[in-house]
Design a protein around this ligand. Sequence first.
Ligand SMILES: N[C@@H](CCC(=O)N[C@@H](CS)C(=O)NCC(=O)O)C(=O)O
Length: 206
Amino acid sequence: MLNIWGRANSINVQKVLWCCDELGLEYERIDAGGPFGRTRDPDYLAMNPNALVPTISDDGFILWESNAIVRYLCSKHGAGSLYPEDLRERANADRWMDWQLGTISNALRPVFIGLVRTPPEDRDEAAIEAARQSTAAAWEILEAHMEGRDYALGDDFTMADIPLGVSIYRWLRLPVERPPIPNLEAYHERLSERPAFRERVMLPLT
Ligand SMILES: N[C@@H](CCC(=O)N[C@@H](CS)C(=O)NCC(=O)O)C(=O)O
């Protein structure tokens, strides 16, 4: 039995839900985080001492960190499809997943929190603008990489597209000035053709 703890509007939970749907996995999702609380309950902290979502239990195997969860599920259920079997292909996928978490996510988060979760009167406009500029600059790297490619690794959809896809969706939905990124917009259009992306990721920003 696969259990997933996390609220459905969390970007990191959305990665896991989208991944499960792509793999055709059945699971039970338990609301946690944000208004649902639970993450500081002793039994939750025993699973995930970060008090963050998502966390999964796969027949009792506990795992947290969204990209690690996506890798684990793809490795278990998607070898040769979402989980590249070729070592270098897989390293490329890992690279883009780490880049999403280490670079894009850190840059994008203050823009999202500032504009979506902070009332206008409490916003630090200078900090939001600085983060917007950092995010726009970081996206240029993927924009250049996507020239001539349908997905992050080339022709086929893989696990690398999941973290990238959730972040691109947010960036394109935020009410901010964006330099032109035609390759990323085309990539987003391609992802939008996937039912699981539409259902799990393309939600109003809250
Ligand atoms: N690096 C972690 C970050 C997890 C994280 O920051 N989760 C956020 C939601 S996106 C969270 O739990 N926020 C507190 C809450 O929802 O209560 C991961 O990728 O899983």
